[in-house]
Write a protein that binds this ligand. Structure first.
Ligand SMILES: Cc1ncc(COP(=O)(O)O)c(C=O)c1O
Length: 393
């Protein structure tokens, strides 16, 4: 039967109908190991008891009343997010791209006459027009131009380019602490700290897009907390409500001060059910949970680095956000082969495999993954010594 869905996604021919912990089950009951977490979303896995209970309680009480009324659970979540980041106030929305749309608007309002935002080549901030205009991947603009004006692009991890791009129109720098979609690109240790200094010296806002790196993924609540800096605007989504749609734009005092009633809004933003899940998610991200994310991330990287193969040229990332770069364009083929073996992973382009396992992953799951991954790599062969014709037998 012809699909009635818009064909904007390339879908794997597998349908998952149930999940439990780090496992997914397809229609035939086949079990898969989830090393993708719905692209860095279901950090606490599937059917997590405490999150499900919190959602069920809210589900049976009240679904929606709009943002015209007082919302104590939103207040509680906002307090948790501001206290843990040193920021001042939160706008809730439903997705990552919306969180960034708000960030762009807030920065423009704060900047008054200065409207230009510096963003990074290879960066990804979402698919709506504002966020897409801030996304430094020209291929994603194709067919949708003109983009919004007011964005300047520099190379990621290049401080000199940023400094020389600042002019009298610049109001902010918008950056991911680790570029996720373009292949888990980790900048130098001093990058964010230097960005903070540059922003302070030039009276610019530092906007950190932690939609993928946040909510524990890297082993800190937010990745910038490895550097002891505080951004002016911090965006979050993905893992925030463990799979329910919720985004957050977390603002410093000086940004909060310029936003007035009516400046921005969302019908569904901060929906009580998603907020109930998020309140539980934040409570569950204890220091010991964050430590185990770091330890398990290190273990995965060590075990993969130990694999005897010339196909892997780099294993990188922080916590449970890991990229494996291949010497050849085999990432999609490897992801497919792993899926056939019952393991779900992602890829960034042709050369990087992305691992985003849930935080509740066990050592056993990790060893199983490495065993299956090693066996898949061992079967890769190239026809006619070509770089791009590959077989996995
Ligand atoms: C860093 C970053 N920003 C923004 C987004 C967009 O989030 P959403 O798909 O929820 O709109 C993503 C999604 O992959 C992301 O990784």
């Amino acid at each position: 039967m012809k699909s009635a869905l818009l064909q904007n996604y390339l879908r794997y021919p597998v349908e998952f109908v149930e999940g439990k912990g780090s496992k997914l089950y397809d229609k035939s009951g086949r079990k898969y190991l989830d090393f993708l977490s719905g692209i860095a979303v279901t950090g606490f896995g599937h059917q997590h008891k405490e999150i499900t209970d919190a959602v069920n309680i809210q589900l049976n009480k009240l679904w929606h009343v709009s943002n015209l009324f007082v919302a104590t659970p939103q207040e509680e979540l906002a307090a948790k997010l501001t206290i843990s980041t040193g920021l001042n106030s939160v706008f809730f929305c439903n997705s990552g791209t919306e969180a960034n749309e708000a960030a762009i608007k807030f920065a423009r309002k704060w900047g008054k006459d200065r409207k230009t935002i510096i963003a990074a080549n290879g960066g990804f901030h979402g698919r709506t027009l504002g966020s897409l205009s801030a996304t430094g991947q020209r291929n994603l603009w194709s067919g949708f131009t003109p983009m919004l004006s007011g964005f300047t692009f520099v190379d990621f991890n290049n401080l000199e380019q940023i400094k020389s791009s600042i002019d009298e129109n610049t109001c902010a720098i918008m950056i991911e602490p680790i570029q996720g979609e373009s292949g888990v690109i980790v900048p130098s240790d001093n990058y964010l700290t230097e960005l903070r200094n540059i922003c302070d010296e030039n009276n610019l806002l530092l906007i950190l897009d932690e939609i993928q790196t946040g909510i524990g993924r890297t082993g800190k609540l937010f990745a910038h907390q490895f550097c002891n800096i505080i951004p002016d605007i911090l965006t979050s989504a993905k893992g925030l409500a463990n799979g329910l749609p919720l985004g957050a734009t977390i603002c410093s005092e000086k940004v909060s001060d310029v936003i007035k009633p009516g400046d921005h809004g969302s019908t569904f933003g901060g929906n009580p059910i998603a907020v109930a899940a998020a309140n539980k998610v934040i409570d569950l991200l204890t220091d010991s949970q964050l430590d185990s994310i770091k330890t398990n991330g290190r273990l995965i990287k060590e075990l993969i680095s130990d694999i005897d193969t010339t196909l892997i040229i780099s294993v990188r990332g922080k916590g449970l956000m890991i990229g494996i770069e291949f010497s050849k364009p085999i990432a999609k083929i490897i992801a497919n082969a792993l899926l056939n073996k019952g393991v779900v992973v992602g890829n960034s382009g042709d050369t990087v495999l992305r691992l985003l396992p849930p935080f509740i992953i066990s050592k056993n799951d990790i060893h199983n993954f490495v065993k299956i991954f090693t066996s898949v790599l061992a079967k890769v062969s190239f026809s006619n010594r070509s770089t791009d014709i590959v077989n996995i037998n």
